[in-house]
Design a protein around this ligand. Structure first.
Ligand SMILES: Nc1nc2c(c(=O)[nH]1)N[C@H]1C(S)=C(S)[C@@H](COP(=O)(O)O)O[C@H]1N2
Ligand SMILES: [Mo]
Length: 205
């Protein structure tokens, strides 16, 4: 990951209370991807919700697009120290996707999100229910570009942005925690930007 300074505004000013510690506001939207950008065809796209759910399902792109869309307008915070304010995001809430899979079983405690190119990230179930997370297809009123995870990505705005897995393919609920790609490579297991949970040796993990 690298720091991108295009559109840098700074740390002070009227919006500083909106900035988590150690972050700077940007107006551009940097792209941060480990490895090449996959180009995902919506004709073959699928989303699977499985693991600790009552009726695992796989949705096609057409089936997914028949679902009700929800909007979150929110700030995003990347662990490489940029934050972007007030972005509208549209997608299908994880509450609705869990409902389509018949609901969680009582032992569902963690989510592992997996993507077409093999990236994974882990999030406690309590952080993805109650309208806190979605599988997003649009941001800033535009379809997500391939660089930003299009056609669809996970979006969990209250945690550092590495938890928002691009090119999402599978949401697997599990009784135990399975640290993902960055979480096993030195980043924090939970990643609360307001507590600066950046690295695995930061307090709280
Ligand atoms: N599949 C996948 N998802 C990913 C990443 C990645 O490399 N692969 N990078 C993460 C990181 S570190 C960040 S900050 C955000 C960046 O999203 P953006 O490129 O749309 O800004 O995506 C996250 N999701
Ligand atoms: Mo990131």
């Amino acid at each position: 990951m690298s720091i991108v300074n295009k559109g840098f505004i700074g740390k002070g000013g009227a919006d500083s209370k909106r900035l988590p510690p150690g972050q700077s506001q940007v107006t551009s939207w940097p792209v941060l991807t480990y490895g090449p950008t996959p180009h995902v065809d919506t004709k073959t796209w699928t989303l699977t919700i499985d693991g600790a759910v009552n009726t695992p399902i796989t949705l096609s792109w057409d089936e997914f697009n028949e679902l009700a869309m929800t909007r979150l307008t929110t700030d995003i915070h990347c662990v490489t120290r940029w934050s972007r304010f007030g972005m509208p995001w549209d997608g299908v809430s994880l509450d609705d996707l869990i409902g389509l899979a018949g609901g969680l079983t009582p032992d569902a405690k963690f989510l592992t999100a997996s993507t077409v190119e093999g990236y994974t990230t882990n999030i406690p179930v309590r952080d993805v229910v109650n309208n806190q997370a979605m599988v997003a297809t649009h941001a800033d009123d535009q379809p997500l570009t391939p660089e930003h995870g299009g056609p669809a990505r996970l979006f969990v705005p209250h945690l550092y942005f590495w938890k928002s897995a691009k090119w999402i393919q599978r949401l697997t609920f599990t009784p135990t925690d399975h640290p993902g790609f960055w979480e096993v490579n030195g980043y924090h297991n939970y990643g609360d930007p307001w507590k600066e949970e950046r690295y695995s040796d930061d307090a709280g993990w």
